[in-house]
Design a binder for this molecule. Structure first.
Ligand SMILES: [Zn+2]
Length: 399
């Protein structure tokens, strides 16, 4: 019966963080206040005294007594026990209660099982590699992360263009769209869309309305974004035009409220001590900064000044790619360039979902990358991401 209750608690997302953080001290004993503080920190919406009481009732803690006799401190399991020093009962001394978690091996077993269920077999060792490099890790965030809260994926941005082009062109649009060739899609849109003549129109009429959609705070806070912010890196790089990372950071006071892009970059010196989000493809706030077409893209990697800024951001750091799709050929070019540029200094990491380790070798133009592969199953992807970040941060208890 006891074991069943423990399993129930351990598998409950609400409790899981607290149970892991409590377990990380192993079987050391602490006073009640230690646990109340942890509950306040990890379950801030709950009444900490009530939660602690519940844990005690469910026999999640072992208890012992610490008492003072003859200026020394002794331990006892029971208050009725006789003191070996003076012969009086423990209860007749000055004493206090100490607690230690009793669910350690259950939790450990459960965590090991989760790693097996959530990720493919090579991922654990890669996550541990990320952990050992954590001081150099920079999250590199793609459109999959924004998609998770209801934003369109990179290619999907252009889907809406179809609504306003006349029927005779729609089949051609579909053909180009299926090819996934962004340049051809853009060319097509510019040719046949009545409101779009140039790149600026494209950004204003097609991209901006999609990116400026308001995402409710509740959705942001329950997304993967807070987990990315938790890595507490010096900065975060993103290819996204939206400011969802900044917005979520503001809600959580995590310190990443500053947006930067190549055109507004003031140099690395001015950024000491400030955490910021670097939009490598620009932001919606500044249409000129946005990298959309192949021309913009070539311009980004051709200019010496821009290259200098990019290499300053990437070299000597390990990129942790999140929310990118291997099928996005547009990205895989850039991905190869980035991974090659810090070769010799650092290894990069790529988090893929249900990826094909075989296929990825054909697609990627670099060897300077290791893979974490999230198995897409019946689990909630948010839990899988969260667990991965917590594991990287060393917050998951394993015996
Ligand atoms: Zn005594």
């Amino acid at each position: 019966m006891k074991e069943k209750l423990e399993t129930l608690f351990i598998n409950n997302q609400k409790w899981n963080k607290l149970l892991n953080m409590t377990a990380l001290n192993g079987d050391k004993y602490f006073r009640e206040k230690h646990y109340l503080d942890l509950i306040k920190k990890y379950m801030p919406k709950e009444d900490s005294v009530e939660i602690f009481k519940e844990l005690l009732e469910k026999k999640m803690f072992k208890r012992k007594f610490s008492y003072e006799c003859d200026d020394d401190i002794y331990d006892a399991e029971l208050l009725e026990k006789k003191c070996e020093i003076c012969g009086l009962k423990v209860i007749e001394h000055e004493y206090f209660e100490l607690y230690s978690p009793s669910y350690l091996s259950e939790l450990s077993k459960n965590n090991i099982q989760l790693i097996k269920d959530y990720y493919d077999s090579d991922s654990k060792i890669v996550m541990e590699d990320v952990r050992s490099n954590i001081d150099r890790v920079i999250p590199f965030v793609g459109s999959g992360i924004s998609k998770n809260v209801g934003m369109p994926l990179w290619l999907e941005l252009f889907k809406k263009a179809k609504d306003k082009i006349s029927d005779e062109y729609k089949p051609y649009f579909d053909l180009e769209y299926e090819s996934k060739n962004i340049d051809k899609i853009i060319e097509m849109v510019k040719r046949v869309h009545p409101l779009i003549q140039d790149d600026k129109d494209l950004k204003k009429e097609i991209i901006a309305p999609e990116i400026k959609k308001t995402i409710p705070n509740e959705i942001l806070l329950n997304s993967i974004i807070p987990d990315i912010l938790k890595l507490d890196a010096e900065y975060i790089i993103t290819t996204n035009y939206d400011d969802l990372l900044e917005k979520t950071s503001l809600l959580l006071c995590s310190g990443y409220e500053e947006s930067r892009d190549i055109s507004s970059f003031q140099g690395f010196e001015s950024l000491d001590e400030t955490q910021y989000i670097f939009h490598i493809h620009g932001t919606i706030k500044n249409y000129d900064s946005m990298v959309v077409t192949n021309e913009d893209y070539n311009n980004l990697y051709d200019s010496e000044e821009k290259k200098r800024i990019l290499s300053g951001l990437i070299n000597k750091h390990s990129m942790l790619f999140l929310g990118f799709s291997m099928d996005d050929t547009y990205f895989s070019d850039e991905f190869g360039k980035i991974c090659e540029s810090n070769k010799g200094y650092c290894t990069n990491y790529y988090v893929m979902i249900n990826g094909d380790r075989q296929k990825k070798d054909e697609l990627l133009k670099t060897t300077n990358v290791r893979f974490i592969n999230i198995k897409s199953t019946n689990f909630d992807i948010k839990n899988q991401y969260e667990f991965m970040i917590e594991y990287i941060l060393g917050n998951i208890y394993i015996e």
